[in-house]
Design a protein around this ligand. Structure first.
Ligand code: DGY
Length: 321
C-alpha cells in the first residue's frame, strides 16, 4: 500500500503527478482560504507526510498524528515550525533552500533600487496624473552605485545580494553575521562589522536573517536612530525582525530616508496599517521567492523532501536544529 500524504494548498500538476507516482494523497485546493485548524488536525491523523506552508506546525497539531514522518514547507524560512515539537514526535521538518536564492536576491535588489531612487513613490505620482505639478527636484533620491550596502545576515541569499551589489553596482559591502565569512570577504571585498557600526556606516541596510528569538526586533528605535538620515532600510527577511512601530515613527519623522519592505509583522498587511499612508515606502506582498519558475522548483523540492521522508530516507533539505 502506498503511503498517504496531505497537501494543504494547491500545487502545480507536474508536482501532483510526481506525488501520485509514490503516494495516495489529498490536496486542499482553495487558494484563498487556509484549511481550518481542526480540519487540518483531523487530516493529519492518518497522514505519513504533509506539505504545510504557512501553517503553524506545533505540539497541538502533531500530538495525535501518529503516522507522521515528515512535514515540508515550500519556503526557506521555517519560523512557523516548532522544531522542538517536531523533534519530540520524530517528524522530519524540511524546507527549500538553494532553489530560491537568486530569485529572492533579485527582489531585494529591486527594493534597494526603489528605496534609493523612490521608484514606488514616483510610480504613484505618475499614475495619479500628478506629473508636472511639482518641480523635478522634489523627487531626487540617492544613487545606488558606489555607495555602501550593509547586509545583516550573510547566508546564501545575503551572498547573492552582495554579488549584485559588488559587481553590478560597484558598492562597498559591509556585513553583520554571527560568524566571519572569509570567502565572502575575499570574493566581494566584504568587511564584517558589529551591528551598531554597520548601522552607522551603511547607505542601505538590508535584512536577510532568519526569524529566531535572537533576531526578533533586532532593528528597533535605538538601531534606527543609529542609521544615517539618508539611509534606506530594506527587509527581505521576516516582518518581526524589525519593530514596525519604530520604523513607522522613523519614516514619519524622516530620521531615515525610506524603507522598502517585502515582509511585515502581520501578513497580509492590515488595511488600516500606518505604513499604507506613508510616502517614503516601497511595499511588496511577501513575494521574494515567488516567480513562476522558482515557485514551481520550490514546490517540487518540497514534494521530493516529503516523499523521501515518508519512505524512511533522510530528506535532502531536512531542517537541522
Ligand atoms: C521563504 O521562502 O522563506 C520566503 O520568504 C518566501 O516565503
Amino acid at each position: 500500500m502506498k503511503p498517504y500524504v496531505y497537501i494543504a494548498h494547491p500545487i502545480p500538476s507536474d508536482v501532483e503527478a510526481y506525488i501520485a507516482e509514490h503516494c495516495e494523497y489529498r490536496i486542499w485546493n482553495d487558494e484563498n482560504k487556509k484549511v481550518p485548524k481542526d480540519q487540518l488536525k483531523e487530516e493529519l491523523l492518518s497522514a505519513d507526510g504533509a506539505i504545510l506552508t504557512g501553517y503553524d506546525v506545533d505540539e497541538p497539531l502533531l500530538a495525535d498524528a501518529e503516522n507522521l514522518k515528515v512535514v515540508s514547507t515550500v519556503s526557506v524560512g521555517y519560523d512557523h515550525f516548532d522544531t522542538s515539537a517536531l523533534k519530540k514526535h520524530n517528524v522530519y521538518g524540511t524546507h527549500t533552500p538553494h532553489v530560491l536564492d537568486e530569485t529572492v536576491a533579485d527582489l531585494i535588489f529591486g527594493l534597494v533600487l526603489s528605496g534609493g531612487r523612490r521608484i514606488a513613490e514616483l510610480h504613484e505620482y505618475v499614475k495619479g496624473a500628478h506629473w508636472g505639478l511639482e518641480p523635478d527636484r522634489a523627487f531626487y533620491g540617492y544613487d545606488i552605485h558606489q555607495r555602501t550596502l550593509g547586509l545583516i545576515g550573510m547566508g546564501r541569499i545575503g551572498e547573492k545580494v552582495a554579488k549584485r551589489a559588488r559587481f553590478g553596482f560597484d558598492m562597498d559591502i559591509r556585513y553583520y553575521n554571527r560568524s566571519r565569512k572569509l570567502e565572502m570577504e575575499e570574493k566581494y571585498d566584504a568587511v564584517r562589522l558589529e551591528l551598531d557600526d554597520l548601522l552607522k556606516e551603511a547607505d542601505f541596510v538590508v535584512l536577510i536573517v532568519p526569524l529566531t528569538e535572537a533576531t526578533h526586533h533586532l532593528i528597533g528605535e535605538r538601531e534606527l536612530q543609529l542609521m544615517k538620515s539618508s539611509a534606506v532600510l530594506v527587509n527581505g527577511a521576516r516582518g518581526p525582525v524589525v519593530d514596525e512601530n519604530a520604523v513607522v515613527q522613523a519614516l514619519k519623522e524622516e530620521t531615515i530616508f525610506s524603507a522598502a519592505l517585502d515582509v511585515f509583522e502581520k501578513e497580509p498587511l492590515p488595511k488600516d496599517h500606518p505604513l499604507l499612508s506613508l510616502r517614503n515606502v516601497t511595499l511588496t506582498p511577501h513575494i521574494g521567492s515567488a516567480t513562476r519558475k522558482t515557485d514551481e522548483a520550490m514546490m517540487m523540492r518540497a514534494a521530493e523532501n516529503m516523499v523521501q521522508g515518508v519512505f524512511g530516507d533522510t530528506p535532502q533539505n531536512v531542517i537541522k536544529e
